[in-house]
Design a protein around this ligand. Structure first.
Ligand code: GLY
Length: 312
């Protein structure tokens, strides 16, 4: 029997002080929901799914309801799930589901494939009675206002010249939507799982696929533990950040050191902005980020200081 544990994150970037409590508390609540599943003897898979569903329904986070918008003003979501026996499922360019992570689970459990994208996700959702939603209902005022502001400034495809030119992570704000969510858990049986969900990045080109649904890029799980990343997907995928961190866990590197070494690797190789959470098979948890904030949730206490690198 293992100690059943969970850790969640609500994105990486610079969160404006007026919004910090909503992110911090949202992550804490989601972790508590996942922990309840674990305490009832539920699986790590069920725990991470329920935690992420809660965040998809919380309009604060950039996933499900509250997702950021493409260049043409629509929501396109990505989601992912993976377990320690290397089962994996993901969806991308999902436009009309309330909880894309539930369809990622369908891909993992009900198909012979691992990633399904675009229009076909509609048919798969219908075939498995996954809840649809009016795409307009996924758009919240805060994101619409930010989208309009960026369009008025003539920005294109999230290639914000000011942002790209900046080497200061404080220039990335929550309004620029790096706030992908993720959860990692280990259950009483020692099974590990990870789940992630995101609206991607603001002003992304329609059809853009981020790191979240790419196994090993934004998320990874195996017998040694699980890793969930958040941040600029184009940077994360270039170093396969989640698998990089996972491999350190498999080599026996302590989880806090694995997390911080992975973020250093990202910074050295591609100067990327990102954060991650990780759990090992014994339930030891940590997070690290190259950005000023990453709201991290664990059930035991509210985490108010979530910059830098920490064991949880
Ligand atoms: N990390 C989320 C994305 O870039 O799509």
């Amino acid at each position: 029997m293992s100690d059943a544990k969970i850790i969640v994150h609500g994105g990486a970037g610079t969160i404006r002080p007026r919004l910090w409590a909503a992110y911090r508390d949202g992550a804490h609540v989601a972790a508590g929901i996942g922990q309840q599943v674990l305490n009832r003897g539920g699986s790590a898979l069920d725990a991470v799914i329920e935690a992420v569903v809660n965040m998809e329904d919380n309009p604060v986070f950039n996933c499900g309801t509250g997702s950021c918008l493409t260049y043409d003003g629509r929501v396109e979501c990505d989601a992912f799930v993976m377990t320690s026996d290397l089962r994996v499922g993901a969806v991308s360019i999902v436009t009309n589901l309330r909880n894309p992570v539930r369809l990622a689970r369908v891909v993992m459990e009900q198909t012979v494939h691992h990633v399904i994208a675009g229009e076909a996700t509609n048919r798969l959702a219908d075939a498995h009675a996954i809840e649809k939603i009016d795409p307009h209902a996924l758009i919240v005022d805060r994101r619409r206002r930010r989208w309009q502001e960026m369009m008025d400034r003539g920005l294109e495809f999230m290639v914000d010249p000011e942002l790209e030119a900046s080497d200061d992570p404080a220039d990335l704000t929550d309004e620029d939507a790096m706030d992908t969510v993720g959860a990692c858990a280990v259950d009483r049986e020692g099974r590990v799982a990870v789940a992630g969900s995101t609206g991607g990045i603001m002003l992304k080109y329609p059809g853009r696929v981020g790191d979240t649904p790419m196994p090993g890029a934004g998320n990874y799980a195996g017998p040694a533990g699980a890793v969930a990343c958040t941040g600029h997907g184009e940077a994360i995928m270039r170093v396969c950040l989640a698998k990089y961190c996972y491999d350190l866990l498999e080599q026996g590197v302590p989880v806090a050191e694995a997390a911080s070494r992975s973020i250093s690797h990202l910074t050295e190789r591609v100067q990327g902005f990102a954060g991650l959470i990780a759990i090992d098979a014994h339930g030891n948890r940590a997070w690290a980020t190259s950005t000023p904030n990453i709201p991290v949730g664990i059930p035991e206490r509210v985490i108010d200081d979530s910059s830098g690198q920490h064991p949880a």
